[in-house]
Design a protein around this ligand. Sequence first.
Ligand SMILES: [Zn+2]
Length: 726
Amino acid sequence: MKLKRLIGLSLVALLLGACGASDQEDAADDAPAPAADEISVSDAELAGNPFMEEWDTPYGVPPFSDIENAHYMPAIKKGILDLRAEIDAIVTNPEAPTFENTIVALELAGELLGDVASTFGNITGTDTDDELRALESEIYPMLTREFDAITLNPDLWARVKAVYEQRDSLDLDEQDARLLELRHRSFVRAGAAFTPEVKDQIAEINAEMSALTTKFSQNLLLETKAFTLELTADDEIAGLSDDFKAAIWDEEKEAWVVGLNRSSYETFMVQSENRELREKLFNGYRLRATTGERDNGPLAIKIAQLRAKRAELMGYDSHADYILEYNMAKTPKGAEDFLLRVWRPGLERAKEERADMQAMIGDEFTFAAHDWWHYAEKVRKARFDLDENETKPYFKLENVRAGAFEMANRLFDITFEEVDVEGWNPVVVSFDVKDENGEHLGLFMTDMYARDSKRGGAWMNSYRSASNINGDNIRPLITNNLNLPMPPKGEPTLMRFSDVETLFHEFGHGLHGLMTKIDYPTFSGVDGPRDYTEFPAQILEHWTSQPEMLELYARHYETGEVIPSDLVERMLAAGNHNQGFATTEYVAASLLDLRWHMLSSEEAAQITDARAFEKEVLEGYGLIPEIEPRYRSNYFAHIFSSSTGYSSGYYAYLWSEILDADGFDAFKQAENIFDPATAARLKKWVYEAGGLRPADELYRNFRGSDPSIEPLLEGRGFAVEEAGGN
Ligand SMILES: [Zn+2]
């Protein structure tokens, strides 16, 4: 089947922002844009380049085995030149600006660039090497610069504005009107409407901030690398599992080496029986980049000051007001009030957890922050007596995946059929997805295994998003990535329950991309504000542990026996353990993020010591000394290592949890986890609707009311406050 290869400007822009559906811990960096330079590429450089040819592949997937690293740069350059010509044609069109010749034309621009950039972005995530890594730092600044040039192009803005001003007389349908609104908004928010003087000031701030955020992340990287614990003696490795020891063994140093990446940090803090070393690692982690040349404190202050100043130039009270304007929380106060409603019961629970652990320790010593992980695990084991190896045989990858497909079939009447398509890696397994009428919805490509060339975490992405402009009906190529360990040859892939939840989560993002009925790539698929886009993914996690679902998929890989219910109960109870701590450390970081960005430029100018500011804020909320925020300012890369990143938005993960808990509650109230009427509304207003309307409206249409926070609190095992707050 041959398909027109279309991705368009909007997807390229999306690739440059934080990836909508990535669950990576580290925030993506917006690379600084170097000075503009001339771009040229000769025909000879493009000869034999697969990006210059029609792809005669099944479903129009990229011809992976034909694409070499050397093909990217020339194709990117050609894509940029094509895009410039397209923008030029729009701007110099002698006809008066219309919806078609300006807004739709913009939506169609950048086809080749979209193809190359999306392939490049996907491949660098799954199968990278040094050459591709070097290319990233060349290509992304080029793309950033191109898109800045488009949004700040005064002639293009004049045409967009002219169309927008006639919007009431244009007789646009709902999707057209939404496209016009979003396109206009993206120009306005980038600063297109300001006077040249204000534009210059914003550009100056952006350039200064770009240097500061780059420095912040470089400092952090160096400081993170600089700290290691080298272990050689028996009492230094006491408690560490064989798996973990094997993973951290350093052949050259002839020692076990623990660094500061989050996963080895947490594993060591859980397993190590050496209290002194736990304290040492704990301090290594939390005191990174706090002194000397690589102190990030002054940088954080300066970045907060510049953001506040920029927001004021654009007419907002603070950076948080600017960022949250179109989020569901709407205002900084809205986000803070929400966080505090979870904070209070979370903190109370954390205090109980602290008391439980002190009771276990007795009067041998006073429980301290660096004891938390280790004793939480001890209490968990004592209380629930659960070994992962008991549950894993019930979660074989193929069974879990079939369960997810069956769930989607019962809820949304869609089907999945495995098809033979060459993927980017031999482990990729692909499925043809069809709707209730047997019509092709999209291709779903899954890559479930970890390897050295692949980044960590789990994520959804697309090689091509859905688009239906002028009736060409292009359906998406959607990917799901996990990082399961590859089992030895001939052995099945048995999953931990947390990985099962992750698979359903990414599958939810995948369905959001696959089922879309939106014609314009700008808001088809996983579009929406940051505090909404996790909702379609997170809600599906609720099905994983329902008895009706477990019956379908959680069967022993050898005997076919369904997982026993007492084992499920213990597994779920153990999963809810230590929620006080987890909630408190996360919400503390979210509050800290908000407070940095609620400052006016005048307030920000008075801060001289980042640690003192942070201490004052967190003590003000009553944080106990045994818990550190998940990220402290000096290593809060989500908010300080890129131009926007998650600034004022770190709360969004938890906000989406209100929606998923309350949304799943609709099925519970119907007493049927496959309730057809509820599922039909979820399909229409969430999975098919992309960013058609503001997120709170989409949610209300699905749910029939605004979300309520109670199901979230119950889900975390917290007491629900009396009504009265908002
Ligand atoms: Zn997600």
